[in-house]
Every structure is written in C-alpha cells, then in structure tokens.
Design a protein around this ligand. Structure first.
Ligand code: HMG
Ligand code: MG
Length: 306
C-alpha cells in the first residue's frame, strides 16, 4: 500500500443531517435524539446533528433547536451542524453547538437552487458566520458541493474548486469537505482534483464527501487515502441525498466504509457492530431498507446466527 495511506481515519458521520434532510417521513425529534445518542456511543468522534437553515426549505430538520439542545453530549465527540448565515449561527449557538459548517457549491446553478444566492453572495454571507463564530471559539467547517459534477451544469472546472478552497481557508474555516453531491466521480478524477487542491491546502484541511449514486464511492475514498487524506464523511446505512440535486442518492454508508478501512488495517476508533445497530434502528424509523451493502450482509449473518 502507498506509504501515504493514513494509519487512522476520522469518520465524520452526516446521516442525521445529510441523510434525514432527504427523507419523506418527518421523524419526531425524540426518534432522532435516540439515534444520535446511540451514535455518540459507537466510537465516532464527529457527528453532524442537524441544520439551522430555513425550515421552509428543509422541513425535515425544522426541529433543529430541540434535537441539538436535547442530545446527550459525550465528552470527546464533536457535534456539528449546517448554518447558512448569521441567523443560522445564532440559532446554533443558542442550542449549544460548538462547531458549525457553512456550505456552497462549485457550480452557480446548484448554488442558486440550494441557497438562493450566487457563489459570490454566499461567500459574503459566510463573513457573518466565520468571524463571529471564531471569536466565540466555535470551529467552522465548510462544504463545497458539486466538485466533480453538477446536476444542472454537468462538468465543473477543477480550478474553480481549487480557488474556492483557497478562499475558504483564507476566510478561516478549519476544514473543507469536497462533495460529490450527485455521485458521479471516478477514482482517477478524484486523484486529479485532490492533487490540484493539495497544492493550496494542507492534508488535514481536507475531507472527502461522496454520495454513492453509481457505486464508486469506496473506490473514490481509496484514491483520496492514497494521497494521505484522513477525514471521510459518511452516513449510517447510506442514508441521504440533496433535496436540491435531482438524482442524488445516499451518502457513502458508514458501515461500508468501516468494513473497508478496518479490513485494510486502518484504525477509526468506531465499532462496526454499533454502527450496524444504529442503521437497523434508523431503517425502522424511516420505514424503508437502507442501501448499505455491509448492513445487508450483517443482517444476514445475524439472522443465520440466531
Ligand atoms: P432565502 O429565502 O433566500 O433567505 O433563503 P432570506 O435571507 O431572504 O430570508 C427569507 C426567510 O428565511 C426569512 O423568513 C428568514 O427569517 C428565513 P420570513 O421573513 O420569510 O418568515 N431564514 C431563516 N430561518 C431559519 N434559519 C435560518 C434562516 N435564514 C433565513 N438560518 C437560505 C436562504 C440559505 C436560508 C435558504 O436557501 C436555505 O435555508 N437553504 C438551505 C438549503 C439546504 O439546507 N440544502 C441542503 C444542505 S447542502 C447539501 O446537502 C450538500 C452537502 O451535503 C455536501 C454535498 O453533498 O455536496 C453539504
Ligand atoms: Mg451531501
């Protein structure tokens, strides 16, 4: 294996946010809190809890205050949430959040549909978030969506992603998660983009975020691991999608990622069986099967063992 492959990977669990924002059943806050409390005890050290966005845009997460203020906060676990603007930051701080994430797209059309602003206006709105958050000791992460392709514009110029990464770092975010929002990337494309971005960003400032729409997410993760990137976003069960990206399927499933990483001897600190338990609970709550392959295999093994 390439000597740049990290020996430990940080998993950033986004299921409660990126997953649930796309579900047709609106889960009651108590059900979300129950899953979040299980996730907190699975060994994960980074969990995205919810979004403080306009509830008319994302009704699935309209209970952000209740969820964020009532979850058990396990020491050592970082809890984060999406905030698009100052109003979102104020709501998040009032609910006890100590890490937040801003988000924008590398393509204008997706950005406009997602946040009703141009990319330039969106960056300007971050000014209202990053400085006040940092002044209060709250860390800010950033997502750049559609970095490998846009549902409306098709190809995205990798240099746009490089320029946005540089700009976001200059504005003071600690990490940038590069999102394959609609799951179109393939490994050599990932390698090419990440090599370009690594010319302007240190390794620890980058995270990978793949949706598994076409089954390439794990191969794409491996391409990034070979470059030394050691933070990967994923969602339990492979929940997820973006309501403003037609055709976007679920995120890379946390248990599929764990199986691959642990099988290669890469540590995560996360207990695979505990994540399987969370996914089984989540599938019952959302009322449909979840796409993770590891989940299906584990359910099969458990039922044969009975
Ligand atoms: P807007 O309508 O242009 O906002 O929405 P506005 O500033 O003109 O305000 C309009 C109304 O929204 C006002 O209320 C504000 O108070 C309210 P009204 O006077 O009409 O009653 N408002 C808010 N309410 C609560 N919380 C707030 C907030 N801000 C304004 N923070 C806005 C602009 C950005 C708010 C809106 O477009 C929005 O909420 N968008 C959210 C979209 C979203 O969450 N998309 C999914 C997440 S991104 C994603 O999934 C991709 C990712 O996973 C990475 C990847 O896969 O690539 C991260
Ligand atoms: Mg996403």
């Amino acid at each position: 294996m390439s000597n740049r492959v990290p020996s430990r990977v940080r998993i950033y669990e986004v299921g409660p946010r990126d997953g649930l924002q796309n579900e047709s059943r609106l889960l009651p806050a108590a059900e979300k809190i129950a899953v979040l409390n299980l996730l907190s005890r699975s060994g994960l050290d980074a969990i995205e809890v919810t979004s403080f966005v306009n509830p008319k845009w994302i009704p699935q997460l309209a209970d952000a205050e209740e969820v964020a203020s009532k979850i058990d906060r396990v020491p050592g676990v970082t809890y984060s949430c999406l905030v698009p603007n100052r109003q979102g930051l104020e709501r998040a701080l009032a609910a006890g959040m100590r890490e937040v994430a801003v988000f924008l797209s590398a393509s204008e059309t997706h950005n406009k549909k997602n946040v009703n602003k141009t990319i330039t206006e969106t960056l300007a709105a971050f000014e209202e978030v990053v400085t006040p958050a940092s002044e209060q000791g709250v860390r800010v992460r950033a997502y750049v969506s559609t970095v490998y392709g846009c549902p409306y514009e098709g190809k995205v110029d990798p240099q746009k992603v490089v320029a946005l990464t540089e700009e976001l770092l200059r504005r003071g975010v600690y990490q940038i998660s590069l999102g394959d929002t609609i799951g179109v990337a393939t490994p050599l494309q990932v390698k090419d983009l990440l090599e370009r971005v690594l010319k302007v960003a240190p390794l620890e400032a980058l995270a990978m975020h793949f949706h598994d729409t076409r089954g390439t997410a794990l191969a794409n993760v491996f391409a990034g691991l070979e470059l030394g990137i050691a933070t990967v976003d994923s969602a339990i069960g492979g929940l997820g999608g973006c309501p403003y990206a037609p055709g976007a399927a679920g995120n890379l499933a946390t248990e599929d990622l764990l199986y691959m990483l642990h099988g290669m001897g890469i540590e995560t600190g996360v207990v695979l069986e505990a994540i399987i338990d969370c996914s089984i609970k989540m599938a019952a709550l959302v009322g449909h099967e979840l796409p993770s392959k590891m989940l299906r295999a584990a359910i099969g093994t458990r039922s044969r063992g009975k």
